[in-house]
Design a protein around this ligand. Structure first.
Ligand code: FEO
Length: 165
């Protein structure tokens, strides 16, 4: 059984992950409208990944005998105008999520919740990858600048992303 503090924080994280999913779904819609189907697909897979993250917390809470409490999800902000600005925002968002996961881990340590610490290690590793994916895209988009042919090539490449969890 988890302490009330860990349970509340994990329920809050379900909301944060669903919000992340919503942010990326909005970005996917933005890229669909901008005729960049590869970026749109990448963001749609990111949406699915965030939903899977929420479900990992959902399942873990139940495994520990806790109760899941779902709260209202905020509307996502409008996507920024350029692909570079979208990925800069994605990178900043993932850095924020990393901070949340680290805070959760600190709480699990303070509460001597060893199963939660082991569970959260997956997310600590996942955030390293999430930040790298976003910062790599930012770096490449900065190189591309306003050169449309290179942007279209990157769009094709982004569309080759497969599903993960
Ligand atoms: Fe659920 Fe993108 O971190």
């Amino acid at each position: 059984m988890m302490s009330a503090k860990v349970l509340d924080a994990m329920n809050a994280q379900i909301n944060a992950e669903i919000y992340s999913a919503y942010v990326y779904l909005a970005m996917s819609a933005h890229f669909e409208s901008a005729n960049l189907p590869g970026f749109a697909k990448w963001m749609r897979l990111q949406y699915a990944e965030e939903t899977a993250h929420a479900l990992k917390f959902f399942d873990f809470i139940h495994e520990r005998g806790g109760a899941v409490t779902l709260k209202a999800v905020d509307a996502p902000p409008p996507a920024p105008a350029t692909p570079l600005a979208v990925f800069e925002k994605t990178y900043a968002h993932e850095q924020k999520v990393t901070g949340m996961i680290h805070d959760l881990y600190k709480l699990a340590v303070a509460e001597a919740d060893y199963p939660a610490q082991v569970f959260l290690q997956w997310f600590i590793n996942e955030q390293v990858e999430e930040e790298k994916n976003a910062s790599d895209a930012v770096a490449r988009l900065r190189m591309i600048g306003d050169f449309a042919p290179a942007l279209l090539m990157m769009d094709e490449e982004m569309g080759e992303r497969g599903g993960e969890d």
